[in-house]
Design a protein around this ligand. Structure first.
Ligand code: PMP
Length: 429
């Protein structure tokens, strides 16, 4: 069906991004002071950290929380009768509730601790996927997928004789909703797409995608790795069935993340790993497993990570996620304008609804060379395929250079980036 017809019949997509006008604008200079690492020099120059899509820096509040946990509170959860263990258990329970509020999930039992986005997606593929996907079935992903949202589904398809179907993206880097609609059929078992593309910055119309899928009774998994630090995420408004994110991309520690899954789906899912914490009772004849989320959390959890994530979410909530989103949109506009003035620079990913991610190429200069030259000026960006090799192939490049923004970046950072980029061509002249 032609694109115009389909799009004409659909309501305008709604974007769960910072479109709410905040009352008090974000004070980025004050935010910067909360992040000690931003005070350091790199190669004799002040650090300009623009690699936030890879990982975000940590505010003092999160660092202090980790230190306090290990200095004053360290104990294992669940199994203890002593005070420290009870306190650690309470702190983890409170953190789960904090994440629930942050995502506006309906129930804290729908929040499962995992190592990060990658483990969350693997968990869904290995448990729900293995039970629900069979020969001849289809899983729909998109061309803009991170490898973490391809490989688990590809392996499942190989194992089950199922098929991966791929929604193409437009030249500006938007999902082709018309093509997506055509791909959704009676054999589709799942739609798995990113909320925000890590390589293009595109904010996908996730509510619209969920509506399209749910009309056909197809569940939707959203990879939220690049969304949660940059825009309000309301899971009940979005209506998705699974949502994954990593704490380290939202100012929290590495090694901890969240899988949100609708309670009715968690109830039907078998354990992912088995061990302490997952059970109701064990005998050599039979094991009865606990309800969610415990059933999916085998072994001692990353307790420091969990309380650190809660501290990060509290920090972000105090800043105001709507303020953060609005501020980053302004900064993105400034950065896009500044980069468009750099001779030879071509942006890859120019969708109208974007988060603060700028992927680009300069002439035929290899992005690794661009990144290395910028590093000499203290400007930290990423160069590579960003774990999106199929997307790179779609745009006909082996790699891109990528600058990615967070709420502590400033216009001065953007100017430093543009100035350093202007020197790149001179090195190769
Ligand atoms: N999906 C997206 C969109 C990402 O940007 C990333 C991290 N680059 C991941 C998944 C994987 O996250 P993690 O390595 O924290 O599991």
């Amino acid at each position: 069906m032609p694109m115009a017809n389909i799009q004409g019949s659909l309501p305008a997509p709604r974007y769960t991004c910072g479109t709410v006008a905040p009352r008090t604008p974000l004070d980025a200079a004050a935010v910067r002071r909360d992040f000690p690492i931003l005070r350091r020099d790199v190669r004799g120059r002040p650090l300009v950290y623009l690699d936030n899509a890879a990982t975000t820096q940590k505010p003092q509040r999160v660092i202090d929380r980790l230190v306090r946990y290990y200095s004053d509170e360290n104990a294992n959860v669940h199994r203890g009768v002593h005070l420290l263990s009870a306190e650690a258990t309470d702190a983890c329970d409170a953190a789960r509730e904090r994440v629930r509020q942050f995502l506006n999930a309906a129930d804290a039992r729908e929040i499962v601790w995992v190592r990060g986005t990658t483990e969350a997606i693997n968990l869904v593929a290995e448990t729900w996927g293995r039970a629900r996907v069979g020969a001849g079935d289809e899983i729909v992903v998109s061309e803009m997928e991170h490898h973490s949202n391809i490989l688990p589904w590809q392996a499942l398809c190989e194992e089950k004789g199922a098929r991966l179907r791929v929604v193409p993206v437009t030249d500006t880097g938007e999902l082709r909703l018309d093509a997506c609609t055509e791909l959704l059929g009676s054999r589709t078992r799942l739609v798995a797409v990113p909320h925000v593309s890590n390589a293009l910055g595109t904010i996908n119309p996730v509510e619209e995608l969920v509506r399209l899928a749910h009309e056909r009774s197809i569940p939707v998994l959203l990879d939220g790795a690049q969304a949660v630090a940059h825009m309000p995420v309301d899971l009940q408004a979005i209506g998705c069935d699974f949502y994954a994110f990593s704490a380290h991309k939202v100012f929290g520690p590495t090694g901890i993340g969240v899988l949100y899954a609708r309670a009715s789906l968690l109830d039907e899912m078998r354990p992912y790993q088995r061990g302490g914490g997952t059970i109701r009772s064990v005998s050599f004849e039979e094991t009865l497993y606990a309800d969610a989320p415990g059933r999916f959390e085998a072994g001692t959890p990353h307790i420091a990570g969990i309380v650190g994530l809660a501290a990060a979410i509290e920090y972000l909530t105090d800043l105001g996620i709507a303020q953060v989103a609005a501020y980053e949109q302004e900064l993105l506009a400034a950065a896009t304008a500044a980069l468009s003035e750099v001779p030879g620079l071509r942006l890859i990913g120019t969708a109208p609804h974007k988060a603060g991610i700028l992927s680009f190429a300069i002439d035929d200069i290899h992005p690794h060379d661009v990144g290395t030259i910028l590093d000499r000026s203290g400007v930290a960006i990423r160069a590579g395929h960003h774990c999106c090799q199929p997307l790179m192939a779609r745009f006909g490049v082996p790699a891109t250079a990528r600058a990615s923004l967070a709420c502590y970046n400033t216009r001065e950072d953007v100017q430093a980036l543009a100035a350093a980029l202007r020197t790149v061509r001179t090195v190769f002249a």
